[in-house]
Design a protein around this ligand. Sequence first.
Ligand SMILES: NC(=O)c1ccc[n+]([C@@H]2O[C@H](COP(=O)([O-])OP(=O)(O)OC[C@H]3O[C@@H](n4cnc5c(N)ncnc54)[C@H](O)[C@@H]3O)[C@@H](O)[C@H]2O)c1
Length: 427
Amino acid sequence: MSSMIKVAVVGCGDRACVYAKEGVFNLKRMQVVAAVDPDPVKRKQMHEIYGVPKEMCFETIDGLLAKGKIADCIINGTMDQMHLETSVPFLKQGYDMLLEKPLVNNEKDLYALMAVAEENGCKLMTCHVLRYAPFYKKVKELILNGDIGEVVNIQTSERVGAAHSSMSYLRGKWKSEKECGSSLLLAKCCHDIDLICWLNNSTRPTEVVSYGGRNYFIPEKAPKGAGTKCLVDCPKEVREKCVYDVQSMYLDNCVLPWYPWQCTGKHYEDVTMEEKIESLKTYNPHGSCVYKAGGDIVDHQNVMMKFADGSTATHNVTLGVMAPGRSIWIVGTKGEIEGNIESGVLELKKYDKATSLHTVEKFTFHDTAGETGGHFGGDRGIVEDFCNIMDGKQPSISCTAIQDSIVGHVLTFKADESLKENKPVTF
Ligand SMILES: NC(=O)c1ccc[n+]([C@@H]2O[C@H](COP(=O)([O-])OP(=O)(O)OC[C@H]3O[C@@H](n4cnc5c(N)ncnc54)[C@H](O)[C@@H]3O)[C@@H](O)[C@H]2O)c1
């Protein structure tokens, strides 16, 4: 197949449209022929932006399933807890699929999903987009090349900025594991745990231990005198000193505008300032005091992992930091790799016989703002690889086929089990 790849989009929200946009408009290799979304605004957008015929825009998956297999593949961008129920019926019809991460939220469903894909001969890839960012691809190439010898230890860390934390994990739709089905580690760091497993995939994880908790974004830590909603009952003098005051974070600035105004039922660009303010005063969960917003996920977590060959790894995630960043440091027997994806600089350090110190080779990645696609080029990279695989070409070294991506997911589930049960968990 090297003609246009026919795609049906299921769950036409933010993420699915990122992939559809890459495939249709940037790579020009996909055509969206059908769409499913219960939200009429999203269905209208699929018709207007992607030219999906109105009669091929369905309110439920049953409408599309009833048509039989009318496309080559599915892009599934539904929310976390819907992935299994919205994927299995399409896999049974033989659709290949690009499914958002996390694939599912527990081990049993993960194996069930993989079994259905394999029984029906379907290619199923998950959106671990960071594997495709040129920054991480370079890390993988250096390891495969033998530049640092054997991997001894990997340290990764993710410091989630205050505004991002608020919009996604403290006031946003991933704030509660009970409601959305994902822990912080699964929603945010299944990327990082996947990167560790992928970069160190000449071996396999054998044991994990994790510590963390919700210690900072709790009512007891709210500023003295704080109300329950910024714009309703929080005194001016408290708001002026609070980082999370909605005036600055949501009204004057808004780093992830597609999240907080979703509940208005309008596309975020169409929401007026009056509507934003009214929503924050009333029904919008982002209007709540960040310390009293009712979330149940941890606000910081550390994970320590042991691998069969004796190598080890750690990952740390912290919400609500002032200077965000995702960094990596890998120690090998013959060298080290160190970098921070936001700065776009990766360093390869090796022993220098001439000085008995070390040399530094620098690699610079200029797309720190996502000009080549979001996630530092990862969003476009994954769609391109998926298109290549659909066209029968060789997958890239980043390929996130479910058979390879389950390791990171299982490790994430086991890390959360360790955190909750306060004990190491073995594989
Ligand atoms: N790869 C990444 O880095 C990354 C980043 C952010 C989010 N995500 C993941 O992407 C997924 C989607 O997140 P989002 O922010 O795009 O969500 P979203 O809310 O913008 O989109 C979900 C869409 O699914 C629709 N929907 C609800 N029920 C449905 C059903 N029964 N059938 C079909 N559609 C239905 C909703 O109306 C909505 O339009 C989540 O699993 C999330 O965790 C991944």
